[in-house]
Design a protein around this ligand. Structure first.
Ligand code: NAD
Length: 247
């Protein structure tokens, strides 16, 4: 990652923050995009460890915000070599209780935000033939979970988008998707101990994952070790999706 510039969205905490730290540790200059304050603290941690980080306020659902944020990144760090589209939002409600506004907000952050980020960064990513894009999808792209219709739809759409972009821009950049399973982040704050235990038990390894374990997979897909990997889905779920509970 030395000499490369990476943009990570949703980098104020969780998997995004761990990914920014990981890419910086591998030598990338990292722009941390988020709507929340936390990006400054994560950027400070990276700076203190001798890395290079730029905290940027960016609502990924806004085309103007992307233009401004990427311009700042180019001016302060240089053109973008790696894009990790990871920011998301979810309203946990069944379909019949999901308002149109909620549905559209989830689509605009999770899916349109990724499209806008890709389109804004494309001139940079495609300029030298080794641009890399990693989209954070979810095991819920393929498996149902009550109460998350818009979330699941966007995560499935991201795997389709990764394949499509991989084909369309295959000669100039790579696009892959990471599908995390249950990973303990701040997103789990409202989830009680019993439900956490149930989720851990549903994996093959019988524990929740860490943000760093997903960050390692993202770093692999973003780097040259994955130079022949594009259009792929990499599941990082402790075996959650291959466990068949027959009890
Ligand atoms: P998190 O809630 O800890 O972090 C999400 C970040 O996205 C936050 O910092 C938030 O401020 C940011 N964000 C939200 N809306 C934004 C916007 N409009 N513009 C910019 N930033 C915005 O989440 P996490 O658990 O680290 O999840 C990260 C990714 O991993 C998500 O795409 C999620 O779907 C995926 N994932 C997580 C799990 C899990 O168990 N944690 C499982 C499967 C998939």
């Amino acid at each position: 990652m030395k000499g490369r510039v990476a943009v990570v969205t949703g980098a104020a905490r969780g998997i995004g923050a761990a990914t920014a730290v990981r890419l910086a540790t591998e030598g990338a200059a990292v722009a941390l995009f988020d709507i929340e304050d936390g990006v400054e603290a994560v950027a400070r941690r990276i700076d203190e460890a001798g890395g290079k980080a730029l905290p940027v306020r960016c609502d990924v659902s806004s085309e103007d915000a992307w233009a401004t944020a990427v311009a700042q990144c180019r001016a302060e760090l240089g053109p973008v070599d790696v894009l990790v589209s990871n920011a998301y939002t979810v309203d946990v409600l069944p379909a019949h209780e999901t308002s149109l506004a909620s549905w559209e907000r989830q689509l605009s952050v999770n899916l349109t935000g990724t499209f806008l980020g890709f389109r804004t960064c494309l001139p940079d990513l495609s300029r030298h033939g080794r641009g890399a894009v990693v989209l954070t999808s979810s095991v819920h792209a393929h498996f149902g979970l009550p109460g998350r219709p818009a979330y699941a739809a966007t995560k499935a759409a991201l795997t389709g988008l990764a394949r499509q972009l991989a084909v369309e821009y295959g000669t100039v950049l790579r696009v892959n998707a990471v599908l995390p399973g249950p990973v303990l982040t701040e997103a789990w704050n409202g989830i009680g101990e019993a439900d956490r235990r149930r989720s851990a038990e549903a994996t093959a390894v019988k524990r929740l994952g860490t943000p760093e374990e997903v960050a390692a997979a993202i770093a692999f897909l973003a780097g040259d070790d994955a130079s022949f990997v594009t259009g792929a889905e990499l599941t990082v779920d402790g075996g959650w999706s291959v466990v068949k509970d027959s009890s």
